[in-house]
Design a protein around this ligand. Structure first.
Ligand code: SF4
Length: 473
């Protein structure tokens, strides 16, 4: 997919036309917006258009703007990158308006009370939902190419301009297959090595019939969510417009039966299949988590903090949730508790670079008190909602030993309430064949007021980690 750039043309004395190459041309919008803002062109004097769409204002005197250098807050860039994919024709103009205001007032981007910020935020959410739906509801059918080779073809009708954005996800998920996804706006094709684009298609261009069981099962392993065990939620997640492409909607009842076991089996199959791409599958999983809205925590946190570490790690550590610093950095275990953890891991003789670290809950839950964000304990519903992600991470990484740090992680790992004092420091067989260990969370050590007790507890924590690591063959 090529990076694109916009052109700027003046038409009426006070009007500029910014022409973008494609409806999802973020690079083009950014270049044009940078030039316009650098030249202090007010939003009311800019017309945005895509391709050669006709506009009455179009003139023929090209104007080359020399952008003055400036910086914009990172959250604005992230917002713009997503909103550009929205179908609303006003999106480019709205973003440019916000850009000019953010340049004058950088903190505006955090002001959810501002109607424009709120509107763009809602548009970004709609785009993320559409991205998720495409990942969830694409169904491939097998066809034979003109050259006699098998190819898998799917038809999908997105609401927004998300097809290019989603292409890498499907490449990672189906690296070893030849496939095409047809949509009204454009089609994308993967031949096992290169991704190409073609023009839009109609439903009549896509093959009919049952989807290929094995293909969609493999795919389904990446999107199946125990939340769908609730039939109401499952059907709500599957808008009717997609049902015609999804014969399995008639099989909801049987899908529900034994769903958890099926999920484990599918992931195992994807993991061990010849040519399987665990790193790619992990990356696709991480990307999908970025748009997660399974519980309300995504609404206030900065971002999903996904796990990190080698995807073939034998030892996995699960914490509670990201803290304030992790939320901003987008990485687990980098705040004060993470530093205690690092020290303990080193003393236990464990190489941090060889372990996978993650959290039971992937979004930061907090209470705002003045300028401070105070940690709040995740509720059972949030732990349960997020258990799906940790299950997927464990199914891909397949650690021999998983150490749960604290009660939230232990609950997530075992699926039940756990009393740390009773179940600490001993191996616990897990249903998938791995072994679980329970110990305290490093933040507990930070809260101990008594120095002597804190040192004793730290030593005990180190000993727990040492014992758990010793179980790894
Ligand atoms: Fe999704 Fe977990 Fe975030 Fe809830 S906390 S929105 S389940 S990633």
């Amino acid at each position: 997919m090529e990076a694109t750039s916009a052109s700027l043309t003046s038409c009426f004395p006070q009007m500029r036309v910014a022409t973008l190459t494609t409806p999802d041309d973020f690079d083009g919008w950014r270049d044009a917006a940078r030039a316009l803002a650098g030249a202090r062109v007010p939003p009311s004097e800019v017309v945005w258009q895509v391709g050669d769409q006709p506009t009455d204002l179009f003139g023929d005197e090209a104007v080359v703007e020399t952008p003055a250098p400036f910086r914009v807050p990172r959250p604005f860039v992230d917002l713009a990158r997503t909103v550009v994919l929205h179908a609303d024709p006003e999106r480019f103009a709205l973003l440019y308006t916000l850009l000019t205001r953010v340049l004058a007032q950088p903190k505006l981007i955090d002001d959810r009370a501002d109607p424009l910020v709120r509107r763009l935020d809602e548009m970004a959410k709609a785009v993320r939902r559409d991205i998720h739906k495409m990942r969830a509801f694409v169904r491939f059918r097998e066809v034979t190419d003109d050259d006699g080779q098998e190819r898998y073809v799917a038809w999908f009708e997105p609401e927004h301009h998300i097809v290019r954005e989603n292409a890498r996800f499907f490449v990672n998920r189906f690296t070893g297959m030849r496939w095409s996804i047809l949509t009204p706006e454009l089609s994308i094709h993967w031949d096992g090595e290169a991704l190409t684009e073609g023009p839009g298609a109609s439903k009549a261009d896509a093959p009919d019939g049952d989807p290929i069981e094995e293909v969609w099962k493999t795919y389904y392993s990446s999107i199946f969510n125990p939340a769908r065990l609730k039939v109401g939620a499952m059907l709500k997640e599957m808008p009717r417009k997609y049902w015609k492409n999804m014969p399995e909607t008639a099989l909801v009842g049987s899908l529900i039966a034994g769903a958890q076991a099926r999920e484990v089996a599918m992931i195992e199959k994807a993991r061990t299949a010849p040519g399987s791409n665990i790193a790619g599958a992990w990356e696709a999983l991480r990307e999908e988590a970025m748009g997660c809205t399974r519980c309300d925590l995504y609404k206030h946190a900065t971002q999903v903090v996904f796990g990190e570490g080698p995807v073939d790690a034998k030892l996995m550590f699960v914490g509670e949730q990201p803290g304030d610093q992790e939320d901003q950095a987008g990485r687990p275990f980098v705040g004060p508790a993470g530093q205690v953890f690092d020290r303990a891991v080193a003393q236990a003789g464990i190489d941090r670079a060889e372990v996978y670290v993650t959290n039971a809950v992937k979004h930061f839950k907090f209470e705002q008190r003045g300028p401070r964000r105070i940690h709040a304990k995740p509720g059972t519903g949030e732990i349960e909602a997020c258990r799906w992600w940790i299950g997927q991470e464990r199914a891909l990484v397949k650690p021999q030993v998983t150490v749960a740090l604290g009660a939230t992680a232990a609950r997530s790992l075992l699926g039940r309430a756990v009393t740390i004092g009773r179940e600490r420091s001993k191996p616990i067989p897990l249903p998938d064949g791995g072994e679980g260990w329970i110990t305290v969370h490093p933040s507990y050590l930070l809260r101990l007021p008594d120095k002597v007790q804190a040192e004793e507890e730290f030593a005990r924590f180190v000993e727990d980690l040492r014992m758990a690591a010793a179980r790894v063959s």
